[in-house]
Design a protein. Sequence first.
Length: 412
Amino acid sequence: MKKNKEEKKLPIVAKRPNWFAYRIVIPLGSIVARILFKFKSVKTPEAKAFLKSKKPFLVVSPHMSKLDVGFVLLGLKPARINVVTGRDLFSWGVLKPFREMFSAIPMSQFALDLASIRILNQAVKDGLSIYLCPEGKITLDGTQMHYLPPATAKLVKMIGLPVLLAVNNGAYSALPKWGGIKHGKVTQQVSVMITEEEIKTLKPTEIYERLKAGFVTDQNEYQIQNQVVFKNKKPAKGLHHVLFKCPKCGEEYENYSTETELICASCGNAVKYLKTGELVAKGDSISPGTISKWYAFERASIKAELLADPEFVESHPVIWEINKTGEYVETGEGELIITRDALTFKGKDYYGVNAEIVVPIAKTHTIVEKMKEGIDITLEGDVVNRFYFRDQKFAVRYLLIVEEAFKLLQNI
């Protein structure tokens, strides 16, 4: 296995984003954002006053899209902000210039990462501003994460900076995780979530409640209520990865997406995805109405399965990859087994050595799903194990099983 070349280049101490980023890249980005998304940042009087003070801050947002980072940097300019990103992004060679330009801070998703915490502490001491998406991953359905770990509030308290909230309304519709870019209108709302004085006195439990309240959103309803139009020649393409269960016949992974429709190959149920965000049934077909409502229907179905069978178990063949060298390396193959208590990989590496990875669901509120039908599990702080399903399906089903089993185990 190659040595971790990329890891050696990770910043030991975060630096202020360089002049080229804010004199060239950000101005060009502003032009593109106005043309493609009619981007506008709307700030409360309190947020405007705080930004004028030029004091360092922490800005947080619900994670709607890959575009969130760009919109936050554009909306809060000229403030220079260091972005906290998942370690997975440090394996994307195309992003290397931007990571270095903006001095991105790597952090493992849903795993204790002491190295990143040390970098964050140093960044605060050096007077830097930080952007963090506490949910840890991009939404699939346009709503907030089903569960926000209380440890998130402890991290915010540890950082100790006043907190701004930036909500990028329209970002989900502009570039959902499952689809391509759509042209429309994105309006950013910026407010002060926690003041300079409050961050010193608020308890983590109080910070936690503010975070949860600030992240509540349904971008599908926002788009429909405000009649925001997003245009794309293939608006529904890829939607079947998320909406895998037919609401009419109940079959799973029979849905396929065309340019504008989601169709069930089993019963013919056909739903059109409108440019205003609605899912409209054709003829005698059935539609829950929006992506978030359809996804909630799938979540409820998974929960019912788990409640009906205390001995629930499911297993599928996977290809195993590991990223601890700055790139993913195919390592072996086996079965990915899920029960109400654990997610377990059993297989062999390509040297023939038996391998087993066990992840207790009681300690795992979610996993990272990939639209190429795979999932990521982070171990040992920065080692990412990726499993691709050989059947090229099941990633979102496994995600929902983990999340609903976690809630059952935690009595949530």
